[in-house]
Design a protein around this ligand. Structure first.
Ligand code: NDP
Ligand code: MG
Length: 385
């Protein structure tokens, strides 16, 4: 059996490390050709020693220089262009797991190189989902979801006609602040926001899960991945995180995908699709399940969800504006410049200020991202504590 060649963009992050764990447990299945990250030289050196990639990219130029010196035998490239070059290396699957909009150009470069892409990095799909999916269709490459909900939906849809789909139930754990109201949330710290009840993830997505913006981004992600209409997606709070999402069909049947809360399962499925790997994660003991509950989200306590829904409905450049403003606001919250509830305020005011455009081009998306960040930064300045 030939091994699959893979590249991992964001190898030092939560998804990247989980991906390498899948590879570590299945050494005869994969060859790691490319590793890329921002600046974590120490962990990259360990990964290089273990997986021997042919190319390594670091976004941070200084970190890249440091790595070159420490690993003279290693081919190291740097900067935003380095990331794009790394994504362009011909592989069987490019796993895109950097965080944020910075992943957009590398994702497109991977597609342009004819690589099948396994996408965890949801922000580019939010900003430019239709553009990315069109490009992938032109290049005849698969875009495989890694996000657990989207992997679940993808699995539930297999073998069914799109025209038979009634709706999709996108499940949400509710995050660390489920059941709280705005009054309880005004003094929340970044540390509290990052403590997710069921998933162990990077800082940005943990905060997004706490505001429920993550679920909002996932609505937009699902729209483009599965060509759904916004009203077909219903968010349900399912605190146990056992069902990763469900699809309801027009005959009333509902198909759900269940599993443990371990990203290695959806990562492995994306890497080996259409085949399945033996036991990438623990088995779910269904006899130990006591109560699976489902509820409606509280839109007034978590306004980010409504803002994302609004962006999804408006389309055009609005999701890119939402995303850019949210990235700026989350960074400001994580560095204690604004409060937890200010995140939604920054996003809402930025959406009000940035002009809506339905122009369909990469330039329009990039311009919307730039404008949103400038606008959000100005708003953040007026709020700083
Ligand atoms: P982490 O913060 O744990 O890791 C981010 C990774 O991206 C690190 O390797 C980091 O490198 C790298 N990175 C950050 N900025 C840059 C940059 N400018 N250039 C190159 N590399 C960069 O994030 P997660 O792994 O949690 O999340 C990654 C993506 O996957 C996000 O978009 C998230 O929404 C999505 N996702 C994550 C899930 C999870 O369970 N974690 C679940 C579903 C989706 P360095 O370490 O050097 O800073
Ligand atoms: Mg998810």
């Amino acid at each position: 059996m030939t091994r699959k060649r893979i590249s991992i963009l964001g190898s030092t992050g939560s998804i990247g490390r989980n991906t390498l764990e899948v590879v570590r447990r299945n050494p005869d299945q994969f060859t790691v050709s490319v590793l890329a990250s921002r600046s974590n030289v120490a962990l990259l050196r360990e990964q290089i020693a273990e997986f021997r990639p042919e190319l390594v990219a670091l976004y941070d130029e200084k970190a890249a220089a440091e790595l070159r010196e420490a690993e003279p035998g290693c081919n190291v490239i740097a900067g935003a262009q380095g990331l794009v070059e790394a994504a362009s290396v011909n592989v069987d699957v490019a796993l895109c797991a950097v965080v944020g909009a910075v992943g957009l150009q590398p994702l497109l470069a991977a597609i342009d190189a004819g690589n099948c892409v396994a996408v965890a990095n949801k922000e580019p799909l939010v900003m430019a989902g239709d553009y990315i999916m069109d490009r992938a269709r032109q290049k005849k490459v698969d875009v495989l979801p890694v996000d657990s909900e989207h992997s679940a939906i993808f699995q539930c849809l297999r073998g069914n006609a799109a025209s038979d789909v009634d709706r999709v139930y996108l499940t949400a754990s509710g995050g660390p602040f489920y059941g709280k109201d705005q009054k309880d949330l005004c003094n929340v710290t970044p540390q509290q926001a990052m403590r997710h009840p069921t998933w162990d993830m990077g800082a940005k997505i943990s905060v997004d899960s706490a505001t429920l913006m993550n679920k909002g981004l996932e609505i937009i992600e699902a729209l483009c991945l599965f060509r759904l209409r916004s009203e077909q997606i219903e968010v349900v709070i399912h605190p146990q995180s056992v069902i990763h999402s469900m699809v309801a069909f027009r005959d009333g049947s509902i198909i759900a995908q269940l599993g443990v809360t371990d990203m290695k399962a959806p990562i492995a499925f994306a890497l080996t699709y259409p085949e399945r790997l033996a036991a990438p994660a623990m088995r779910l003991d269904v006899t130990a399940l006591t109560g699976l509950t489902f509820g409606k989200p509280d839109y007034s306590a978590f306004p980010c969800l409504a803002l994302a829904r609004e962006a999804a409905n408006q389309g055009g450049n609005v999701p890119a504006v939402l995303n850019g403003a949210n990235e700026e606001a989350v960074a400001a919250f994580c560095s204690n410049r604004i409060g937890f509830l200010d995140i939604a305020v920054v996003v809402e005011r930025t959406m009000e200020k940035c002009p809506v455009s339905q122009e369909y081009s990469l330039e329009a998306v990039l311009a919307a991202d730039r404008e949103a960040r400038i606008c959000a930064a100005t708003i953040i300045k007026t709020m700083e504590r």
